[in-house]
Design a protein around this ligand. Structure first.
Ligand code: ADP
Ligand code: TRP
Length: 320
């Protein structure tokens, strides 16, 4: 089984990325041939600062390794190092109906947020389809927000297969938690582009400050607190044991405790959850040359997996 996923270097990895994608990706490396990449070409649709792009790319690699990605079992690489992806993206774009892309929520959301409507932003899902199809991927672990992009990938693959015969494998999304996206400090989906993130490896004081700053309603201390839509509970659910979670939920419903108390419990749980990974992170952070070497090695191994697929595709469409 071939497993593939990507993450954009538009900022530093946060709890939403971890529980939405990185955790399953790391677990899956035990069950098949895993390929994980840093989607720097996708990030170019929004990041205009070259230093930030370089910095975030390496930091994401370090965080992924710290969280348990094994660079021997899995390939970890930069998307832009696999040069055939851009070629494949163009080829796929020639069969992609405009209407399919016009329907994409993430494009519409980005426009609504005031992003410039570039061709790259519009065709973002086609590049993503190229990422997935170039490796004959079977399974793609992603957060729920990427589900539609996986559907677009499958539609494009079906279109090519209808036109040219069986060229591409149809990938399946693997969505760990269908119920909800992990909320950010403002209660909306945690996202690097919303400025509401809890980064995985923040120092203690800034992490505490962000958690204490989570937006809450003005229910008085003595009154029961609403559990529906609570960002505190939405995050706590992932980092606490089931019994600690049940206890906090009961305390919400009982009243008599303030949000400050719940936030302190949330901070302690987040801090403890990531403690072992924080330790292992130091080893990689102290050796950036080794991280760069691992990324290059990952790219060489990943490229070799695209060769048979690209040859099959070029033959089928008449380029070979
Ligand atoms: P961001 O929205 O922060 O820019 P990315 O688009 O790079 O994050 O997403 C990388 C992976 O993390 C994707 O699989 C995405 O679905 C997942 N992800 C991001 N934010 C969340 C969230 N708040 N909850 C669940 N999964 C998430
Ligand atoms: N679009 C994904 C995101 O924003 C990142 C990504 C790019 C990706 N290419 C991919 C994810 C291929 C899975 C497979 O999260």
């Amino acid at each position: 089984m071939r497993i593939l996923s990507g993450i954009q270097p538009t900022g530093l990895p946060h709890l939403g990325n971890y529980f939405g994608m990185m955790k399953s990706a790391i677990e899956l490396q035990e069950t098949g041939d895993a390929l994980y990449f840093i989607a720097d070409l996708h990030a170019l649709t929004t990041v205009r600062d070259p230093e930030a792009l370089r910095h975030n790319t390496r930091e994401i690699a370090i965080d992924f390794l710290a969280c348990g990605l094994d660079p021997v079992k899995s390939c970890l690489f930069r998307q832009s190092d696999i040069t055939c992806i851009s070629e494949l993206s163009w080829i796929l774009s020639t069969v992609t109906p405009m209407g399919l892309l016009e329907r994409c929520h993430s494009y519409k959301d980005k426009l609504a947020k005031g992003l410039h409507a570039s061709l790259g932003l519009f065709s973002y899902p086609v590049l993503m389809a190229a990422d997935i199809l170039a490796y004959d991927s079977d399974v793609v672990p992603v957060g729920r927000d990427q589900k539609q992009h996986l559907e677009v990938t499958r539609d494009i693959a079906v279109k090519i297969n209808e036109l040219y015969g069986e060229v591409f494998k149809l990938p399946e999304p693997l969505i760990r938690d269908e119920s909800a996206a992990i909320p950010g400090t403002d209660g909306a989906k945690m996202s690097k582009s919303y400025g509401n993130t809890l980064e995985l490896f923040l120092e203690e004081a800034p992490l505490k400050k962000k958690i204490m700053g989570i937006q809450t309603d003005s229910t008085p201390v003595e009154a029961p607190k609403p559990i529906e839509g609570s960002a505190i509970l939405g995050i706590y659910r992932h980092v606490a044991s089931p019994s600690d979670y049940a206890e906090m939920e009961a305390d919400f419903l009982a009243g008599g405790k303030g949000y400050g108390d719940f936030k302190k419990r949330l901070f302690a749980a987040v801090w403890e959850y990531f403690a072992p990974m924080r330790e292992s992170r130091k080893r990689f952070a102290d050796d950036p040359a080794e991280v760069d070497r691992l990324l290059r090695d990952g790219a060489v191994r990943a490229t070799s997996k695209t060769l048979p697929v690209m040859e099959r595709m070029r033959r089928a469409i008449g380029l070979l």
